[in-house]
Design a protein around this ligand. Structure first.
Ligand code: NI
Length: 177
């Protein structure tokens, strides 16, 4: 389909609460999902939310294959998730580094719940639910935050843990956002 322009932090459209998808399995929704996937892959992202391309709908895509260059990044199955609901399964919180295609070149250490269930719908309107942990749970929280108008810097507890990727991690300049 098309690689779309990414909105960057400072754009007020990234601060809106997105609207629920009302109609599934439509040409418009399939085109949106295709654009999200194309745009995510073209930018080596591990996830992308519709508001990041200027579409105010509750749709996210994410997924990453195991990469031998980043052995600490667990594989996450490719997922299209609309109208998500997150249920925390553990009060345990873990800090971990995140990036975002709307904040190119930056990383921050963000606290996230380690275990949760997400449920929602795929682009055909089929409901599904998964219980996930670790990096998968982190990605799900980061992406769904976009739907509530939250960018990860708002979650950082100590802003000393926020900076430019190539300064923080000179050995892995080409890491995924
Ligand atoms: Ni993001």
């Amino acid at each position: 389909m098309a690689i779309r322009d990414l909105l960057r932090m400072g754009d007020s459209r990234l601060l809106q609460v997105a609207e629920k998808v009302a109609a599934f399995d439509t040409p418009e929704l399939h085109a949106l999902v295709a654009d999200l996937i194309d745009t995510m892959r073209a930018n080596d992202g591990v996830g992308l939310a519709a508001p990041q391309i200027g579409v105010n709908l509750q749709v996210v895509v994410f997924g990453v294959e195991r990469n031998p260059r980043y052995p600490d990044a667990e594989a996450v199955p490719f997922t299209v998730l609309a109208n998500p609901v997150l249920t925390v399964m553990s009060e345990e919180i873990e800090e971990g580094w995140e990036g975002c295609l709307s904040l190119p070149g930056l990383r921050g250490k963000v606290p996230r719940h380690t275990r949760l269930r997400y449920s929602g719908f795929d682009q055909y309107g089929h409901p599904f639910s998964r219980e996930v942990c670790g990096f998968h749970a982190r990605v799900a929280q980061h992406e769904t935050d976009h739907l509530w108008g939250i960018l990860y810097p708002r979650r950082i507890r100590d802003l000393r843990n926020f900076g430019f990727t190539d300064v923080l991690f000179p050995e892995r300049r080409d890491g995924p956002e």
